[in-house]
Design a protein around this ligand. Sequence first.
Ligand SMILES: NC(=O)c1ccc[n+]([C@@H]2O[C@H](COP(=O)([O-])OP(=O)(O)OC[C@H]3O[C@@H](n4cnc5c(N)ncnc54)[C@H](OP(=O)(O)O)[C@@H]3O)[C@@H](O)[C@H]2O)c1
Length: 301
Amino acid sequence: MSANDGLTVAILGPGGIGGLLAALLSRSGHRVICLAGDETAKTLRTTGLHVRSGMFGDFTAEVEADTELREPVDACLIAVKATHLDAALTRVPPGTLGDALVVPFLNGVEHPASLRARYRPDRVAPAVIRAESTRVAPGEIEHATPFAEVDLSGDPVPDERLDALAKALGEAGITTRVLPDEAAALWAKMSFLAPFALLTTRHALPLGDVRTHHREELTSLVEETAAVSRACGGPADPAGALARYDGFPHGMKSSMQRDAEAGRPLELDAIGGALLRAAERHGVPVPVTARVVGELRASGH
Ligand SMILES: NC(=O)c1ccc[n+]([C@@H]2O[C@H](COP(=O)([O-])OP(=O)(O)OC[C@H]3O[C@@H](n4cnc5c(N)ncnc54)[C@H](OP(=O)(O)O)[C@@H]3O)[C@@H](O)[C@H]2O)c1
């Protein structure tokens, strides 16, 4: 880290989440290097990142952009979809990273282990982000929610490294907490996300219709996911999860559902597949989740 606390941050995958983080960090004075494919890198170098956000305002941020990491950085934030992770990581050679934190923002629970197999395990600091942000075109980011919250964790990572990144994110406008228990942080998000993503996608219906017309199935998924979460050291609050779903707008859609609508590959294995594998490992019965994931797979996802 440089003397004035300005960080050099690489962002792998400057899409909905990565682009928002890159633009906010750049706006607050940090050096940002976006890592992307040729075309996107060229666009970012020429026109910067444009953000439209009710919360953060509409602004353009200058960023550096490259197709590969070529120098050490303080942190490398990873914001590609799970389906692109392996291909994208070839842009981040372990030897170049130096002592950098590796901070994945992906949904799911299995990617930290793959990252630790590839990079320094005690520098991998998984983050969870609550926000809705969309890459409408390369370099064009629409942030829709009136909030953007990050939970940063990393059991073997030195506290001061987590605190320094949390400070930078916080000063950039993102409400950031450092949480002491990585499994709890990841499973808290998974417990909320998995039933919502799987059922809105399975039925091609917004949350409002799922919670009324498929209530029993939703309740089963929430209970099964909570049981797996508990077995994995995460929280288990099925009643709380259902109450949260009931509080959201009727038309709310999951990003998995949006991916299905657009014909993009789904993060089905990272969410549904990971849930089933964890259930199997811990001997937790999840019959309804297994059926729904099976139906999604059978329909070509
Ligand atoms: N979006 C949300 O609101 C949200 C909220 C919470 C969690 N998440 C999670 O955050 C993760 C990222 O989601 P997202 O919605 O931000 O995805 P996204 O908008 O699709 O952005 C992914 C970015 O990755 C880039 N990319 C793909 N393959 C690459 C490669 N081989 N090398 C370099 N870059 C590559 C894409 O580049 P191009 O621009 O060139 O296509 C794109 O900019 C997912 O795990 C998602 O579940 C998302």
